[in-house]
Design a protein around this ligand. Structure first.
Ligand code: HEC
Length: 187
């Protein structure tokens, strides 16, 4: 009788451990499955937007820059700026690209009213070592002009390691930039 009770207890304990283990596993699997568009990346993108607003690269008080004719997929007319900003205590390089459209507009039209033609603000921010060692630790984000996020066709917010492991998207395309730095502007 005693030994039955003992093994029953052990069985229950083991069952509980398996359940807890399974719970932890599914949390880990979830964040591993989602290299971007997860809650932490969305929050980080908001902090990055605030830092970029402060230095007037984005948002209502954004400084004017020199628009130029760009290329797909970014847009007909582009502006690209680079600076250092601090996000959550980490200082890194931020490359900000303002994407203007629709196709067919001119540099002149953008210069005279940038806000009316702004479609997206795509940003690469160099995060701390270990964030994404496979891809030079870049954080990728595609903002709407108001700082909220563009989504991919699957409804995932474009912030984080976009789209790590996939054959399309920011990382896949930028990995083709010369010199292995993921930056086309240095080519
Ligand atoms: C299909 C290829 C492609 C994809 C996908 C792509 N880009 Fe780019 N990106 C480019 C090219 C080409 C340039 C240079 C454009 C120019 O300035 O004329 C560029 C430029 C940039 C720059 C300026 C720095 C540089 O490399 O010159 C940033 C920042 C940027 N992209 C961010 C993003 C983000 C964020 C995403 C994903 C949401 C993304 N890009 C997706 C091709 C791509």
């Amino acid at each position: 009788m005693k030994s039955i009770r003992k093994s029953l207890g052990a069985g229950l304990a083991l069952g509980a451990a398996v359940l807890v283990g399974a719970g932890l596993w599914s949390i880990n699997a979830q964040s591993a499955d989602k290299p971007f568009g997860d809650a932490a990346s969305i929050k980080y993108s908001q902090d990055l937007w605030a830092a970029l607003s402060k230095v007037k690269l984005v948002g209502a008080n954004a400084m004017a820059d020199k628009p130029y004719e760009g290329q797909e997929p970014h847009g007909a007319i582009l502006e690209t700026m680079e600076t250092e900003v601090t996000v959550n205590g980490h200082t890194g390089t931020a490359v900000v690209k303002r994407n203007y459209g629709p196709g067919g507009i001119t540099v002149q039209q953008v210069s005279s009213d940038p806000a009316a033609h702004l479609k997206a603000v795509t940003v690469m921010f160099k995060r701390e070592a270990g964030y994404d060692a496979d891809n030079k630790n870049w954080f990728w984000v595609k903002f709407k002009p108001d700082g909220s996020l563009h989504k991919n066709p699957k409804g995932m917010e474009l912030a984080g390691r976009v789209a790590k492991g996939m054959d399309k998207g920011c990382i896949a395309c930028h990995s083709a930039a010369g010199g292995g730095d993921y930056l086309f502007r240095n080519d």
